[in-house]
Design a binder for this molecule. Structure first.
Ligand code: SF4
Length: 448
């Protein structure tokens, strides 16, 4: 009995992460909740257009369009709230600015029956979304970094077999990423989608949300129409141009900041609603070279040089992408860490090699796959430059102190494969490995 006994270890305090409204809105706009819904009264609702982030008073998105029960598209605005009753408690029902709303999206339903109507008493269809259905997201299950039950069969599996398990999982994950990208492209077009996804990747994990929001709110199209103001608009919307006192900046920075301000202030009032709140940024754990302000500058240059980027993408060649992204330069940001820091003594790359690899793995390869270009070998060869907590936890659970562990995770593809197994099995497991089918699958591989 003692041999077979298991101790069920669970984290003491596990709480589901509650996404804030801003994140829900960003993911709604990206189309992550899909575009086909059933309203609370049973009508079929199709999103024809997600519209644009609203700069003015009123609902969150304007110039959207929906189809109700297959009817002709109805144009108007979309409002997203966490609670359905916010429509009433926030006064939307009596506010003229909400008159054009065609859809109210919410997460939590009230106890009482609730109807959404505008000031003129027009009923607004309501759709409920469920964040728990998002692919990655809001899991409350946090697996512990300790060896799992699958470690024994994996240890007995020859190296080439383990590699092929990781390859298969990596290819599956790549296809999933490509499918997600395809859906976003259907919603926003290839260029805007690529721009938003690269922005998200430039934000790293900590600042993915603010970067995605900045790119959604200041579209690539808009930035390309205002190439001389792109730095100013990006820094303004990001909320980095709020300090009115030039004296806080060092001498070498003052001229650059003055230029940003001169270009931003005439537009500030009209864009006020789109400025990100300061607390959305996570700055403290960021290395100076990776500071969001440097990444925003890179995004600005990318927007300005978009046709050249698209040409490098069209070559279907890792080297061309590396050369393009690696050579992005900015006269100010080549030698500055932040607006407030003293200049560095030497020039620094705006997008370093590890970030380029992340962009390749998460955006470029999935994009190429959608173009039916088979670059599986190039993908398999991408060297892993970074690791992260999830990869390390997964590696500890699957490989423990197996001396081959490091070798298994030398490539991005294998890290991605490991993450897929971690998400598909470890994150789904509530039995401390006891009920997980993965070890038995591995045992079959060993026996065959
Ligand atoms: S949950 Fe499954 S895959 Fe994860 S460590 Fe346990 S046995 Fe392995």
């Amino acid at each position: 009995m003692r041999d077979a006994a298991r101790v069920r270890e669970r984290a003491l305090f596990v709480a589901a992460r509650v996404p804030n409204e801003l994140e829900l809105q960003a993911r709604w706009f990206a189309g992550e909740f899909g575009r086909e819904f059933v309203s609370v009264t049973g009508d079929k609702i199709d999103i024809v257009q997600f519209g644009t982030w609203n700069r003015e008073a009123g609902p969150d998105f304007r110039d959207a369009a929906i189809r109700i029960n297959g009817s002709a598209p109805v144009a108007g605005c979309i409002e997203l709230d966490v609670l359905d009753r916010n429509w009433e408690t926030h006064g939307h029902a009596t506010n003229d600015a909400f008159e054009q709303t065609v859809l109210h999206v919410f997460v939590e339903k009230s106890e009482r029956e609730f109807f959404t109507h505008t000031k003129s008493n027009r009923n607004v269809p309501q759709v409920r979304i469920n964040p728990a259905e998002l692919p990655d997201a809001f899991s409350a299950n946090i697996p512990l970094a300790k060896p799992g039950r699958c470690q024994a069969p994996l240890k007995d599996l020859p190296e080439d077999r383990v590699n092929s398990v990781l390859d298969a999982a990596a290819n599956f994950r790549l296809r999933q990423k490509a499918a997600r990208l395809r859906r976003k492209i259907d919603n926003h077009g290839a260029d805007e989608t690529l721009f938003q996804e690269i922005a998200g990747a430039l934000g790293y994990k900590q600042n993915k949300l603010p970067f995605t929001l900045v790119a959604q709110r200041l579209s690539l199209k808009y930035l390309r129409e205002h190439p001389n103001e792109s730095d100013a608009f990006l820094f303004g919307i990001a909320g980095f141009l709020e300090a009115p006192d030039l004296a806080v900046y060092g001498r070498s920075t003052r001229e650059y900041v003055r230029d940003l301000w001169d270009k931003w202030w005439p537009h500030r009032a009209e864009m006020q609603r789109l400025i990100l709140p300061t607390n959305v940024w996570k700055i403290t754990s960021t290395r100076p070279m990776n500071h969001p302000q440097r990444r925003l500058a890179a995004l600005s240059i990318l927007a300005r040089q978009w046709p050249a980027f698209r040409r490098s993408l069209g070559q279907h060649n890792v080297k061309a992408i590396r050369n393009f992204l690696g050579s992005i330069e900015h006269p100010f940001w080549n030698t500055h860490y932040t607006l407030l820091a003293e200049p560095a003594s030497a020039e620094m790359a705006l997008i370093g090699e590890s970030r380029i690899v992340e962009i390749l793995a998460n955006v470029i390869f999935p994009f190429w796959l959608n173009e039916d270009v088979d670059l599986t070998n190039d993908y398999a060869k991408l060297p892993a430059r970074l690791t992260n907590r999830r990869v390390e936890t997964g590696a500890t659970r699957l490989f423990g102190d197996d001396p081959r562990r490091k070798g298994f995770l030398k490539t991005v593809a294998h890290q991605q494969g490991l993450l897929q197994i971690y998400e598909d099995f470890c994150l789904q497991d509530n039995s401390d490995c006891a009920q997980c089918p993965f070890p038995e699958q591995m045992q079959k591989w060993t026996a065959s």
